[in-house]
Design a protein around this ligand. Sequence first.
Ligand SMILES: NC(=O)c1ccc[n+]([C@@H]2O[C@H](COP(=O)([O-])OP(=O)(O)OC[C@H]3O[C@@H](n4cnc5c(N)ncnc54)[C@H](O)[C@@H]3O)[C@@H](O)[C@H]2O)c1
Length: 344
Amino acid sequence: MHSQIKVKSRIKDYSVNFVNLNEIYKLIGEDYHLAVVDKNVAHCFPKFGLGDLIVIDTNEDLKSWRGLEKIFDKFAEKKVNTQTKLVVIGGGVLQDAVGFCASVYCRGIEYYLVPTTLLSQIDSCVGGKTSINYGSRKNILGTFYPPCEILICEEWLDGLSREDFCSGLGELFKFDLLRNRIQFSSINNILDNKKTLSEDIYESLLYKVHFLEIDEFDKKERKFLNFGHTFGHALEITSKYKLSHGYAVIIGCMIALNISKTMFSYNESDYQISLELAKKILGNTVSVEKSWFDYESLMECVMSDKKNTGCVNMVLIKNGQPIVQKIEDYSIIDKALKEVYESI
Ligand SMILES: NC(=O)c1ccc[n+]([C@@H]2O[C@H](COP(=O)([O-])OP(=O)(O)OC[C@H]3O[C@@H](n4cnc5c(N)ncnc54)[C@H](O)[C@@H]3O)[C@@H](O)[C@H]2O)c1
């Protein structure tokens, strides 16, 4: 088992530690440490039924103004102050919302992150981004506020539903495409229970950390990690969040690949391999609705995304490498949406 990844940050350096559950129980027991726990995790692990903790029911709605009020109310109830160290135990939603609150409450309180979903272990836990949605705009309010430490324990993943587990594979799918190694993807073996995840979690985090250390504030190279997210975020909105983040990213990746095929002759055989893998991950748990792919609605979301200002900039693959590309001919997008909807 790997033990640690160190992350250099302009805000403060921190580390990702690979631990077992006992070390997390110990952390919660420390003075001034207050655990904020996803309700589904508290339920799965009765040991967390003891002690002082805040249990929160999570879904994408938590990442809203109303959701923040709920969290701030709990902070006030538990008398959270500048001495308090929060231990946030949950998936990407809890991390984004409580991380945001921690960054502004008392002008910033310390927090530790214990990611409990595959998506949050493989991707969202590093990078220091906190965010909430506002109106119909996804992740539009946010801060860069890294935790003191991230503690990864794979045991949490045993409790995940098949849908949440497969959603987490969405970010691994994205990394495999970005690294131009979709032919060698381990996702097939993971889905067939022929492989454990530790190596993939470690490698995905290392890959992301490389981009964070050269462009922490998302001005240049880190934008490549947005691959699949332009239409992924838009699909989350048009589906009213029925499509979970990882699944939306998978479909968003297929749309970006389809456009890469039209504009930059992305390899047809890699496209077909990616499509088969995408379908295998989506499996029977997701039934995609045609209305979510409505061109006008999706384009409205894409145009108001924070990474676009009245035009479509998206990450594509050219000659095996990611690039940020402005799309001028929208008929290419229209064609990609239709083809991906019909094939997925
Ligand atoms: N900050 C970032 O850099 C970043 C990066 C990628 C995604 N995100 C955000 O992450 C969010 C998605 O995160 P997610 O996929 O982890 O979803 P999530 O946090 O909603 O978790 C999915 C479901 O799993 C449950 N759950 C969590 N841990 C569990 C466990 N161990 N056992 C059983 N159930 C468990 C949750 O209660 C929830 O119902 C999106 O809002 C996305 O925008 C943020």
